[in-house]
Design a protein around this ligand. Sequence first.
Ligand code: GLU
Length: 473
Amino acid sequence: MSDPSSADRPVVTRIAPSPTGQMHIGTARAALFNWLYARHTGGTFLLRIEDTDRERSTEGAVQTILDGLSWLGLEPDAEPVYQHARAERHREMVEKLLETGGAYRCYMTVEEVAEERERARAQGRAIRSIWRDREAPSRTNAPFVVRFRGPLEGETIVNDLVKGPVTFANANMDDLVLLRSDGSPTYNLAVVVDDHDMGITHVLRGDDHLSNAGRQSLIFEALGWAKPAFGHLPMIHGPDGAKLSKRHGAQAVGEFAEMGYLPEAMRNYLARLGWGHGDDELFSDVQAIAWFDIKDVGSAPARLDWAKLGHVNNHYIRGADDARLAALVGDIHAGRGLVIHEAGRAAMDRAIPLVKEGAKTLLDLADLTVFVLKIRPLALDEKTLKLLDETTCGRLGRLGVRLDDEPEWIAAPLSKALQDFAESEGVGLGKFGPALRGVLSGGATAPDLASALEALGREESLGRIADALSQVQ
Ligand code: GLU
């Protein structure tokens, strides 16, 4: 059986996450590929919330998905479809299948199903219901489920866009329950009806759903509907090649956000997990959209590589607008309980362009800027106190006077001034640099001395030097 073509319809893709409390990075990658393909083809990208598990599908869990997509910049092109709200429509389609013979009522008891399961396992075959070819019993109010009447022979072939043709022997597929005895529709039925009704042309999802594609294909056929094209994406593995799990660190989109990765860096990095355009590692959304094609998605599992992600994130931090970075880093400082005073805000604005080169994450950027937020007089660390002997104090005193003469308080001339001062003292920078660094930073991470001075500003820098000298003298 070949797939009826959906190539003549405008492309409609979707992401169909189940709200489980977190948004897995694999879901984010699937969302990205569906979004890229829709943008590439001028099609539409939709969101369906698969909230049929009423216990797990809390409002908070749904919100996590909406927030995750929004943070990633992968907004769907229409309001989300909520699967649970469509149960009536799902039941209607089960009725239709009952009418056409594509489904039947199965009155097997729980015990009978368990026995059949045992027999099937022992004989290495799929579960079969005795009601497949039997009339309904006379006791009409007996509980029943509705099962799909699948073909017993032949093969179902899914021409997967990533894996190539995948063959399922029909004899190995049991007659799937479509409707439970409480009247609730099951997962595979709901997916088929929803994908059809939403006009989905391409289903790109994790390859843990590959076997569902065989079952879903049969349901599409039984309902007389054109199938979407399927593309099953390889799993994301940890750096060691094992399936991504808690011990590899972050797995949820929210965790990556908290670790200080920028959404555009995540888009770029995730795009490379399973897809590629030659050796290009860094590319814009515009380039990714222009280049993305499902045929270039590889079938081998992709490995999460933290060093690469850090490299990509650093690239986007360096290119990011400084005011935006200041706001993001300000939130991190505030989250750590730091009060950002007016002068501190201005110092942060000056510091960010001077230090961002060395930041792999926004957390790094917070660590690299915390020194400007310290409030005078700074508590000096042990190491700095040791360095502040009489000679060094005398030198720092003279340096303060010398720096105060600087007409412009910017890194390049300040760096020259430091060199000139060292020469005039007949020593190397190493003789007073570490003490100056300690005095300016209070022991926190700081960039090179000239950048630290520029970030702090004239008054704050000279004030910190004076504070330190009066503290030890
Ligand atoms: N709800 C499924 C999941 O979260 C996805 C189903 C699909 O994409 O067809 O894994």
